[in-house]
Write a protein that binds this ligand. Sequence first.
Ligand code: HEC
Length: 206
Amino acid sequence: MPATEMVTPRWMRGRCALACLAATASVVAFSGGFGAAPAPTEPDAAPRFNRDVRPILSNHCYQCHGPDSAARKAGLRLDRREDALAALESGLHAIVPGDAESSAILARVTHADPEQAMPPPEIGKDLRPEQIDTLRRWIESGAEYEPHWSFVPPVRPAAPEVSAANTTWRTNPIDRFILATLEAERLEPSPRANAPRPSSAAPAST
Ligand code: HEC
């Protein structure tokens, strides 16, 4: 087994190998810096509005159910929670927190009848099954909205606790984020590489 596979957490496998490992440090640093994204090892965690849900609604729904009142259809506004939860002219509720089955948006994005399906099929912006699943899980988990990330003050998260046995491997807080993921996946970090030896091919000084 190549060394890169041994230290590649499950969520990365199949997507990429070595490049991802290098990218991990920057991803961790970025999410750590803004405090918005949860650890990437939690694929089953409740979807987050800014990271997971807003892009779906924004790309597929806001054109007709967003901030632009002139373009708004059926009196339905999905970009503000209070509007999305309110009773519609039809008497239905677009979103019922904790109850995806009663939420009209779920009924519409899964509707077999093209007259009812949302977004309207003719605009060619159908949701993928995993996007529908994200909406379902977000509603089931309470359908919380978040302010736009640019209004959320950055919060530095505490570096995770890691096992004492690995203290020699970690040297800075970012290493601890990587090590915590490896430990969660029951993986061992590779041994530290030897310091490069001075090259014998170095050009002779003149
Ligand atoms: C191109 C415009 C357009 C887009 C994009 C669009 N819709 Fe609609 N939507 C409409 C129109 C028009 C209606 C009213 C006719 C109807 O009920 O089918 C409607 C109605 C609805 C209703 C029913 C409202 C009620 O009063 O019962 C829901 C729920 C809905 N849309 C959800 C969505 C969701 C969720 C998305 C994105 C995944 C979306 N729509 C994207 C045009 C759009």
